[in-house]
Design a protein around this ligand. Structure first.
Ligand SMILES: Cc1cc2nc3c(=O)[nH]c(=O)nc-3n(C[C@H](O)[C@H](O)[C@H](O)COP(=O)(O)OP(=O)(O)OC[C@H]3O[C@@H](n4cnc5c(N)ncnc54)[C@H](O)[C@@H]3O)c2cc1C
Length: 350
């Protein structure tokens, strides 16, 4: 044992890595961070969601407390992505035009106040007129968005964490409380960014199938179809191809890509998305992607659980389908909770 105190972060997905990086800004000199995870960037597993994500930034307006909380987290992440895109190209985050075409817009999209609350912070935001969109589109907008090459971004964050003195350990925990025993130094705080949590009955997966193609596209376009389903294309920065999506299938455990789904995604993409000349509806497929979004009824669990003595577990799991878009806001919320308890320094060193 050393005199050092270790904060253990469980999980090396986008939530664990963002939280660990944000925590590094507030450590006391005698504190360090250890990330313990079953999977790290550069490994692939169906149950490790982050490398499979699109991922782009797109507001999701709704009039619920969960949507309002997520929106606050999203807006802080937008600012963070803006800084990274302009200062750290190796992070794999790129500013680009985001376009949305809705055929059958839900009520919240038609309410001016809600649109302002959810879209007002976006650079270059404007509603598109009928002459700018296909005839069947009833609601359309354009704004500055960000595309994230998810495996590159996760690898970048891990590298940065280690360069700043962070430690890692590959280990599969049976229970979050095991983490108190895995560091050389004393552990008072464990941050649980395990995606699904440990046996939480509210946790569930949302299966997603997408298709990664070589064909380049310069914008991210999201389309809501007349039947209520959604289609999207997301270019992956640093020449990583384009993601064509996608499905959202709650509690579907099928690990295999469906060929039928792939054909539907590609035929919709050929109709709707502005691929570079030369594509003509033909796609050069790199691979099908199947991933499991770690969701939770009622939204993400962000709360402190006191354990015997002066130990605590700060839970941060169940982010669902927007882990990248909410990541930095979530990390800040977690650090605020840890700070309130006096477990790290009050001021961040940036
Ligand atoms: C097809 C698809 C498209 C998506 N598109 C987008 C998008 O456009 N925008 C967006 O923001 N998000 C998108 N997502 C969602 C995004 O991928 C998730 O929200 C995000 O990756 C969740 O991150 P996480 O860190 O909570 O979980 P994960 O990435 O799953 O990481 C969990 C970590 O905890 C570790 N862990 C779990 N259990 C244990 C244990 N028992 N012991 C030790 N370690 C453990 C794992 O090894 C891993 O390191 C998409 C997801 C999919 C599948």
């Amino acid at each position: 044992m050393t005199n050092k105190e270790t904060i253990v972060v469980i999980g090396a997905g986008v939530i664990g890595l963002s939280t660990a990086l944000r925590l590094q800004q507030t450590l006391h000199p005698n504190q360090s961070i250890l990330i313990v995870a079953r999977e790290f960037p550069n490994t692939t597993s169906l149950n490790y969601a982050s490398p499979w994500a699109g991922a782009h930034y797109r507001p999701v307006p709704a009039r619920t407390a969960q949507a309002a909380r997520e929106e606050r987290q999203a807006q802080r992440t937008y600012q963070h992505f803006k800084t990274l895109a302009s200062t750290e190209p190796a992070a794999g985050i790129q500013a680009l035009d985001g376009i949305e075409h809705l055929e059958n817009p839900p009520a919240e999209y038609l309410d001016a106040r809600t649109v302002e609350d959810f879209f007002g912070h976006l650079d270059g935001f404007r509603q598109l007129g009928p002459s700018e969109v296909p005839a069947e589109v009833k609601w359309a907008v354009q704004y500055k968005s960000f595309a994230v090459n998810s495996p590159v971004y996760c690898a970048y964050m891990l590298r940065k964490f280690i360069l700043q003195g962070g430690q890692t350990k590959e280990y599969t925990l049976a229970d979050a409380r095991e983490a108190f025993h895995l560091a050389d130094g004393a552990v008072k705080t464990v941050v649980n960014c395990s995606g699904m949590g440990f046996g939480d009955p509210k946790s569930f997966i949302i299966r997603g199938q997408t298709c990664l193609v070589r064909n380049p596209c310069s914008v991210t376009l999201t389309r809501q179809n007349s039947d209520g389903s959604w289609s999207f294309c997301i270019p992956r920065p640093l020449d990583g191809g384009t993601i064509i999506g996608g499905t959202k299938q709650p509690r579907d455990w099928d690990p295999n890509p469906s060929l039928e789904t792939r054909e539907r995604l590609l035929s919709n993409a050929a109709k709707w998305f502005p691929f570079a000349p030369g594509s003509e509806g033909k796609f050069d497929v790199i691979r099908d992607i199947v991933g499991r979004r770690p969701a939770r009824e009622g939204g993400m669990r962000i709360e402190v659980e006191s354990i015997a003595g002066n130990q605590c577990i700060v839970h941060a799991y169940g982010v669902g389908g927007r882990g990248f878009e909410l990541s930095w806001g979530v990390a800040e919320d977690v650090v605020a909770l840890v700070r309130e308890r006096g477990l790290v320094r009050a001021k961040a060193s940036l």
